[in-house]
Design a protein. Structure first.
Ligand SMILES: Nc1nc2c(c(=O)[nH]1)N=C([C@H](O)[C@H](O)COP(=O)(O)OP(=O)(O)OP(=O)(O)O)CN2
Ligand SMILES: [Zn+2]
Length: 139
């Protein structure tokens, strides 16, 4: 496992949890401007999710690391991203994948009594390209 430098997100929560997730997927960007990326190709996506909160649950955790991994991998690992309904009307760019993962995690966390918040999602598509998505805070 490679340890990486991650951009930090500012917050005042007591707890901050980070989960690294890797998955393999294919995609294509069906736009003339995308050049070679308009052809189907694959990536080993590297995702980092940051979650904050002030309260732990009855088990003593903010949120289960495994649950965060499953949310992402069960949906996207070894799939063609373009075939998912969330990318029917938009392209599976790094930006929109990060946003989609962020929204998915936010929906999952909304059901938790201890109210953890998704603070940041980083999606690395290649060794030289990554996007940081920071959802607007709901207060
Ligand atoms: N802002 C974005 N730009 C590009 C995206 C994207 O999602 N958002 N995606 C691509 C392609 O999908 C491509 O897979 C990644 O492109 P790139 O970083 O250019 O890949 P390289 O390995 O060729 O990078 P080098 O640093 O030149 O080796 C393109 N752009
Ligand atoms: Zn690509």
């Amino acid at each position: 496992m490679m340890f990486q430098y991650y951009p930090q997100v500012q917050h005042s929560f007591i707890y901050e949890l980070n989960k690294d997730i890797n998955f393999a997927a294919a995609h294509f960007i069906p736009a003339e401007a995308a050049g070679k990326c308009s052809r189907t190709h694959g990536h080993m996506y590297i995702v980092n999710v940051t979650i904050g909160g002030d309260e732990l649950d009855e088990t003593g955790i903010l949120v289960d690391f495994k649950a965060i991994k499953q949310l992402v991998c069960d949906r996207y690992d070894h799939t063609l991203l373009n075939e998912h309904p969330e990318f029917r009307d938009c392209h599976p760019t790094t930006e929109l994948l990060a946003q989609t993962i962020g929204l998915r995690i936010r929906q999952f966390l909304a059901g938790k009594q201890n109210r953890p918040q998704c603070l940041q999602v980083i999606v690395r598509e290649t060794p030289t390209s990554y996007v940081v998505y920071r959802p607007k805070r709901v207060t």
